[in-house]
Design a protein around this ligand. Structure first.
Ligand SMILES: Cc1cc2nc3c(=O)[nH]c(=O)nc-3n(C[C@H](O)[C@H](O)[C@H](O)COP(=O)(O)O)c2cc1C
Length: 200
């Protein structure tokens, strides 16, 4: 069984809801399973440490998750048009895997959630792609052959699936966002399987 790492940070549940749909899409592809992981919060208090295991939700990611999985989907809420600090902090700690080429040649895709429709979804998605390109990952978006991409009046971009949570932070994805998240997971799993077979 090949695995895709679905790695996200979510404070209020919107990005987690997209991760769950991407996971459903991954599981539509025979022979592929999702490995879901999260990252701890960071604190301005340097001494603050999180428990090794979160009180709820998926376990914290470890470098071996990157090594063992054949593809990666990362998601973060938008923070001022950029990814959230906990995800950036994790990515900034990956000098070892970068030197070793752990992620080189593996496919990756990104996802996000914002409060407002034009609050920086694309810039956040692009900001998450940049470190992955440095690692030599093959970045994968969503094609307009997905009908929901032309139809959506909520989230969903060719750079990766997204959710518009609104000012009240509603985490429930729209029907179009669900369709696109599942398509993204399925597409990532299919491409990862093909590439992994080529490497074997
Ligand atoms: C510090 C901070 C900065 C934010 N910046 C933006 C922003 O630039 N644009 C936007 O639309 N929403 C912004 N938001 C709202 C979150 O992106 C939005 O609520 C998102 O859906 C949260 O995802 P989550 O439920 O997975 O935590 C910001 C929220 C916080 C706390």
């Amino acid at each position: 069984m090949k695995e895709i790492l679905v790695l996200y940070y979510s404070h209020r549940g919107s990005v987690r809801a997209l991760a769950e749909q991407i996971t459903l899409g991954i599981h539509q592809v025979p022979g592929v399973a999702a490995r879901v992981r999260t990252v701890p919060k960071v604190s301005t208090v340097c001494e603050a440490v999180e428990d090794d295991i979160p009180a709820s939700g998926p376990p914290y990611v470890e470098v071996r998750d990157l090594e063992e999985c054949v593809g990666l989907a990362i998601g973060s809420p938008t923070r001022f048009g950029n990814m959230a600090a906990p995800m950036k902090y994790f990515l900034d700690g990956l000098a070892g895997p970068w030197v070793n080429g752990t992620l080189a040649g593996k496919p990756a895709s990104v996802f996000t959630s914002t409060a407002s429709q034009h609050g920086g979804q694309e810039s956040t998605l692009l900001s998450m792609m940049m470190p992955l390109l440095h690692h030599g990952m093959l970045i994968m978006g969503l094609p307009y052959t997905e009908p929901a991409l032309n139809r959506t009046r909520t989230g969903g971009t060719p750079y990766g699936v997204s959710h518009v949570a609104g000012a009240d932070g509603n985490p429930a994805p729209s029907a179009d966002e669900i369709e696109l998240a599942i398509a993204q997971g399925r597409r990532l799993a299919e491409i990862a399987l093909t590439l992994a077979a080529g490497r074997a």
